[in-house]
Design a protein around this ligand. Structure first.
Ligand code: HEC
Ligand code: HEC
Length: 495
């Protein structure tokens, strides 16, 4: 302003008009100011070394004012969005706009910052709008455009929530009795103190578990590989992910995961907690293919989620932590307590197997608990792995698993309805599994001691045909049709 005043003094012809400039409207009059200065001529400013030369402030530089938020689109639908929001996204003089799309435009194009078109495939496109001002300075704003598959629906939930919590749906006595009662898995419960099952938390978990939005192209949900009718695994040797790629191992049955005492997950126990495990398939490049950022973006712009998060956690914020907590609550709700085996227990928790089982089933149970030693590893009334073991599937360990060829096993509950057995899905029937334990265990240096017999050689059970049939019959008493069809564990989506 000082400089301006000096100039006025020397520049009489312009004096009146320029003196009307105030501090606040100088910028708006920058064009006029430039004119004024040039009208002053160069002579006096060059002659006066104490006067700083003025930079030519011809334009207000481009700046980001109100960034775009994530936008929702639909495959096959019309998308039309002004990414300048009526010129409010950026400030600056004489802005021109360009838009770039990554990883691909997916059917969209842009003219002067307006993006339009028809998305071709479900996925996320990052739109980067570039605003360039009159002096050539550019500012960018990148935001996701989520193209959802056209056939997604909203979940249909009961007005009064299903029961999941231990308060509303207490576990039977033979699951809750404290030691010294033999068989109760109560001590093996891996529920962390801060994530006990609540009805609203597990309801959110159920929706997430069945929602195909949890994969990048809306093709697979958790339930694609963990299907209720197959005890939350699938019948393929290896499962197909969102783009048709195959998983490295067989999908695991999720029954009674709550009672795996070591609290670690995956065949090789690489996930330290269930809360950590459930976020991994979402990010897996074969299984679901989303980043956690993309997950949050997709759920945040899906209309029904904020209310479900509020019900579960008190506020509508969608965080990946909360997604993990809710999914873990739902997985821990997959407790099976209504098989024939369970029906042998009186409400007091005392069993009457002779009064419940057939003669064949009783033979099998005796072998399972006795001579074959199955119960030493598949223990408690939840029939869950006690630890990781090398079971001698091969003479040469081909997969190290959790180290030295050791793996955990899913609970044997509902094992009858799973199509495939073992981490690599090598067996297709319970008869094959029983024959393996009877005569097929291989000696590799790391074979578990419990599967070794005389002279440390692999155990040979020499089971009679009646004992083998009995074992299979006993394993079938662990099938729980209530669990396999329960609506509260089924998909809330109409398709
Ligand atoms: C593309 C198939 C696929 C999808 C989708 C998938 N899973 Fe899995 N799941 C697997 C396979 C395969 C394993 C075993 C992988 C391993 O151990 O290396 C597994 C293991 C698990 C386990 C470990 C169980 C245990 O006892 O250790 C849990 C829990 C689980 N999945 C839950 C989920 C949840 C929750 C989702 C959705 C967020 C999901 N899965 C999505 C295939 C899938
Ligand atoms: C030393 C501990 C141990 C003993 C003893 C044992 N198992 Fe296993 N069982 C395991 C482990 C560990 C796995 C998973 C192995 C793998 O996939 O590599 C498994 C897997 C299984 C499976 C397949 C589960 C699935 O979902 O794929 C069945 C069925 C089974 N065992 C039944 C039995 C029976 C019946 C006996 C007794 C004859 C028995 N087991 C004895 C540890 C044991």
């Amino acid at each position: 302003m000082q400089h301006l005043t000096k100039c006025h003094a020397h520049c009489n012809p312009r004096r009146r008009s320029v003196s009307r400039l105030t501090r606040t409207n100088v910028a708006a009059f920058s064009g006029l100011l430039a004119l004024t200065l040039s009208a002053c001529g160069t002579a006096d400013s060059v002659d006066d070394p104490g006067t700083p030369t003025i930079a030519a402030p011809t334009v207000e530089p481009a700046s980001l004012r109100t960034p775009n938020s994530a936008q929702e689109a639909m495959v096959g639908g019309t998308f039309n969005y002004d990414a300048t929001k009526g010129g409010t996204v950026f400030g600056g003089t004489g802005l021109t706009y360009g838009v770039a799309f990554t990883p691909s435009a997916n059917g969209l194009s842009a003219v002067n910052g307006r993006i339009s078109g028809t998305p071709l495939a479900a996925g996320i496109t990052t739109a980067t709008i570039v605003a360039t001002d009159a002096s050539g300075t550019s500012v960018t704003n990148a935001f996701p455009i989520v193209a959802f598959a056209a056939d997604l629906t909203a979940p249909i939930l009961p007005s009064a929530s299903f029961a999941y919590s231990d308060v509303r749906l207490p576990l039977p006595r033979h699951f809750t009795q404290a030691p010294p009662n033999v068989g109760s898995p109560q001590q093996a419960d891996n529920t962390p103190a801060l994530n006990a099952i609540t009805d609203a938390g597990a309801t959110l978990g159920r929706v997430l578990f069945y929602d195909r939005r949890l994969s990048i192209n809306d093709r697979v949900s958790c339930s694609s590989c963990h299907q209720q009718q197959f005890a939350f695994t699938d019948t393929a040797r290896l499962s197909k992910g969102f783009a048709g790629g195959l998983t490295g191992r067989q999908s695991m049955g999720l029954t009674n995961a709550r009672f795996y005492t070591r609290g670690r997950f995956f065949w090789d126990e690489r996930a330290a907690t269930l809360e950590a495990q459930v976020l991994q398939p979402i990010q897996d490049a074969v299984e679901m293919g989303l980043t956690l950022d993309q997950l949050r973006t997709k759920l945040s712009i899906t209309a029904f989620y904020p209310a479900l998060f509020t019900a579960a956690f008190g506020t509508p914020e969608i965080t990946t932590d909360r997604v993990g907590l809710a999914l873990a609550q739902f997985v821990r709700s997959l407790t099976s307590v209504n098989s024939k085996f369970d029906r042998a227990f009186a409400p007091s928790g005392i069993p009457d197997f002779p009064g419940t089982f057939t003669a064949q089933e009783l033979i099998g149970q005796n072998v399972f608990n006795g001579r074959a030693g199955c119960a030493r590893c598949h223990g408690t009334n939840a029939h869950i792995s006690d630890d990781i073991h090398n079971t001698g599937l091969d003479a040469t360990v081909t997969e190290v698993g959790a180290g030295a060829g050791r793996f955990k096993a899913p609970s044997l509950r509902n094992v009858e309805v799973r199509g495939r057995y073992m981490h690599d899905g090598r067996f297709t029937s319970l008869e094959q599994v029983v024959e393996f334990y009877n005569a097929g265990v291989q000696n590799n240096g790391n074979l578990d001691n419990r599967l070794r017999g005389q002279g440390n050689a692999p155990l040979r059970l020499n089971l009679s045909p009646a004992e083998k049939d009995g074992l299979v019959a006993f394993l079938k008493t662990l099938t729980d049709n209530t669990f396999l069809t329960a609506q509260r564990l089924s998909s809330p989506f109409s398709r």
